[in-house]
Design a protein around this ligand. Structure first.
Ligand SMILES: *Cc1c(COP(=O)(O)O)cnc(C)c1O
Length: 324
């Protein structure tokens, strides 16, 4: 009942049309400074939505799963002294409702042997923070390596939000990487009435969100942000680039200017910015905010109906409807 299928919007198709027609290569700043700037604008806007401070770096990805791979790889590479021979002692904390893409990503980045602990949820489907801290302490005592915790803001099953601020406290005390999965619910942060659910998200180490869910954009639209951008950069440049990627006329010129390909495992990609930029520019953020507000109100309306309270609900269809 609560599934939110995306249905695409015309300006996104127009953006794709232009991206494909001009075949813009936005992987390198030196190849397409304009294309990279457009992508960067969208990352900055997304960071603003979640209150991420300056210094972050990110990526437009094909979706939430690819974004999670990038975030988890960055977490792995940022953990000082972590060696492959220790991977079986690494522990990642999730809740019963965490999306399975986290486990998949761990497998993809070579951490398939890691222990994944399903922390119990409370009566409102939120991760039990006390259980989390007790489990971490217990694991540490048993010689394991508590490594990361995943908080979800908008679980796919029931739409619940983990208490990110309290989880951030635990992560800080215990030295865990805090990853926020906002793939499904992230853009509800645009709505004042849902803001409280996002408290603490700005303290996370990484976050993913799917424009192809909350913004109704075509599939193939994900975002990953890493709070300390240097970590994302390091995770993706700890190797020598092909010499054809350095500019012979200005050797070293790329060192000062980060390119998207320095911040992802991908090199050549679809120029993803225009399909997000056009709808946001042409419709305005407010249009998306109203569309999301409508969903919140529909959810509340539905909740009251199944609680048998429907007779007391004021339901003004014209007011609720997105068609203006
Ligand atoms: C959909 C979803 C994902 C995975 O994102 P894809 O874009 O489908 O790869 C991750 N986490 C949550 C909570 C989701 O709802």
């Amino acid at each position: 009942m609560s599934y939110v299928p995306s249905n695409g919007v015309f300006p996104a198709a127009l953006g794709d049309f232009l991206a494909d027609t001009f075949c813009t290569y936005a992987g390198k700043t030196s190849e397409s400074p304009g294309g990279v700037a457009l992508n960067s604008m969208l990352l900055e806007w997304t960071a603003e939505v979640f209150g991420y401070p300056k210094g972050f770096q990110g990526n437009l990805t094909s979706g939430g799963s690819a974004a999670t791979v990038i975030a988890m790889a960055t977490a792995r590479d940022s953990r000082k002294g972590l060696r492959a021979r220790d991977f079986h002692r690494v522990v990642v904390y999730v809740s019963e409702l965490t999306h399975h893409c986290t486990k998949k990503a761990l497998h993809t980045i070579g951490l398939g042997e890691a222990v994944v602990r399903d922390i119990q949820v409370d009566s409102r489907w939120k991760m039990d923070v006390r259980a989390l801290e007790a489990t971490v302490a217990n694991d540490r005592q048993n010689g394991l390596i508590p490594f990361a915790v995943v908080a979800t803001v908008g679980t796919t099953d029931v739409g619940s939000a983990d208490p990110v601020d309290a989880i951030a406290d635990v992560a800080e005390r215990q030295g865990l990487w805090l990853h926020v999965d906002a793939a499904y619910g992230g853009f509800f942060a645009l709505c004042e009435e849902a803001r409280a659910l996002f408290r603490g998200v700005e303290r996370s180490d990484s976050i993913i969100v799917d424009p192809h869910k909350g913004l109704n954009l075509p599939y193939g639209s994900g975002v990953v942000l890493v709070r300390d951008g240097r970590k994302l950069h390091l995770s993706n440049t700890a190797h020598k680039q092909g010499s054809y990627l350095t500019n012979p006329l200005h050797p070293g010129s790329d060192d000062t200017e980060l390119s998207p390909c320095d911040l992802s495992f991908e090199l050549s990609t679809h120029f993803r910015g225009p399909r997000m930029w056009f709808p946001l520019k042409l419709f305005g953020v407010q249009t998306f905010r109203l569309m999301l507000k409508e969903k919140l109100r529909l959810a509340a309306y539905f909740y009251r109906i199944i609680k048998g309270e429907h007779t007391t609900v004021m339901f003004n269809h014209g007011d609720l409807c997105f068609n203006r």
